[in-house]
Ligand binder design. Structure first.
Ligand SMILES: [Fe+2]
Length: 283
């Protein structure tokens, strides 16, 4: 079936083997490198010998990476947010999401021209740790996790290792996009791992057949903003790494670029200025 027809009928289209394995190795090394810096910066003790990055084999040593994530997460859960933010703006990640095949497929699926501008929103690599019910994404539609009055296509794909039913691959409600926006509840932060969740009502989910979509690294799924989806439960002992993000059509009339808001994790420019000036002037 033609990809556009598949997207409009099923609400999703999976492009097979479009990102190279070498890219996943690069992302694997990026995570490892950032984690090594974090462990050294915060003097985190581990009960295992950390393997030298230069001696790592990919994919055989993915478990070595999991061990570093667990060590940092156990030491201070807040550092995971910093890890997310670091990877999301590093050059290797830009290369992954800027992959020409992803770009070409997204344009084709939105019926855009080869020169049409697509704007990236909330592209991230999710890390879903084993047995983490608290941070698992519940049934939702992406529409309320983005900006109003935009036209976008969502992407999801396994990174570093394949996504399986056991490690909690993405689940979708078959053909649910056909009903547009459905009834859902807005839940504010309750001390868990999320700021808020907008959850589709159970009785709506129950009307659909649920598909658990296993994918291999290299595969990228493109899906409709109304498709009801969630993270599966990670019942394995490994981390599921996945790329998530939205491509927005910049030519769409309602599209207005959101203002990026960067905030220092340490001092503000003003704090820094005050400290430096105080030092100079006291000399
Ligand atoms: Fe989502």
């Amino acid at each position: 079936m033609d990809k556009l027809k598949e997207l409009s009928e099923n609400g999703f289209y999976i492009a097979k083997s479009i990102t190279p394995i070498s890219m996943h190795k690069e992302i694997f090394l990026t995570f490892y490198d950032v984690l090594i810096s974090m462990i050294s910066r915060h003097k985190i003790r581990t009960d295992f010998q950390i393997k030298n990055i230069e001696d790592l084999n990919y994919p055989d040593d993915i478990k070595e990476l999991d061990k570093l994530v667990f060590a940092v997460s156990d030491f201070n859960r807040e550092l995971m947010g910093e890890l997310y933010d670091t990877v999301a703006y590093c050059s290797a990640f830009f290369k992954l999401i800027g992959n020409p095949e992803i770009e070409k497929t997204a344009r084709e699926l939105m019926s855009l021209k080869s020169y049409s501008t697509m704007y990236s929103v909330t592209h991230r690599i999710r890390m879903d740790e084993p047995k983490d019910e608290m941070r698992r994404a519940a049934w939702h539609q992406e529409i309320f996790h983005s900006y109003p009055d935009t036209r976008f296509l969502q992407t999801w794909g396994p990174v570093i290792r394949n996504s399986t039913v056991s490690n909690g691959t993405i689940e979708v409600c078959k053909k649910s996009h056909q009903h547009g926006v459905v009834d859902q509840d807005w839940e504010e932060f309750k001390g868990g791992g999320y700021a808020q969740r907008i959850i589709v009502k159970d009785e709506i989910v129950k009307k659909h057949e649920i598909l658990q979509l296993e994918m291999n690294i290299g595969d990228v799924m493109f899906f409709d903003r109304h498709l009801i989806h969630r993270s599966g439960y990670n019942s394995s002992n490994e981390i599921r790494y996945s790329q998530v993000g939205l491509w927005n059509d910049c030519s769409y009339k309602g599209f207005r670029t959101p203002k990026p808001a960067f905030e220092s994790r340490t001092f503000s420019p003003r704090d820094n200025y005050d400290m430096q000036m105080k030092k100079i002037r006291s000399q």
